[in-house]
Design a binder for this molecule. Structure first.
Ligand code: SF4
Ligand code: SF4
Length: 99
């Protein structure tokens, strides 16, 4: 099996090649009140960028600025309305640079 140079890179090294063009408008909004009753916290484990952070009082802190736009959080969350997900507006979002 041939391993491409990109897949052989450590996660931290791959992140260093990633650029985020941050929009002033969040493309993902997390409804904190919905999260307080959540027992799975699936987003915390599933997000590859580690953007969901549980708080001591049962809430969730979320920062959209380094989002890969993979959609995993939206798929794993089983609480209706907790996550509003869309792509960033044109010209914004993640840019993978394979240099
Ligand atoms: S976003 Fe969804 S999975 Fe994550 S804590 Fe909130 S309700 Fe739970
Ligand atoms: S879309 Fe992917 S990277 Fe972005 S917050 Fe959701 S799981 Fe994390």
């Amino acid at each position: 099996m041939t391993v491409s140079p990109l897949s052989a890179m450590a996660f931290e090294d791959r992140m260093a090649t990633t650029e985020f063009r941050v929009s002033g408008t969040p493309h993902i909004v997390v409804e904190g009140d919905s999260c307080r009753g959540c027992t799975t916290r699936a987003c915390v484990i599933a997000c590859p960028a580690g953007l969901f952070v549980p708080t001591f009082d049962g809430g969730i802190l979320f920062n959209y600025e380094q989002c890969f736009e993979c959609g995993t959080c939206y798929l794993v969350c089983n609480t209706a309305g907790a996550i509003s997900w869309s792509y960033p507006e044109g010209g914004s979002g993640v840019v993978f640079r394979r240099t």
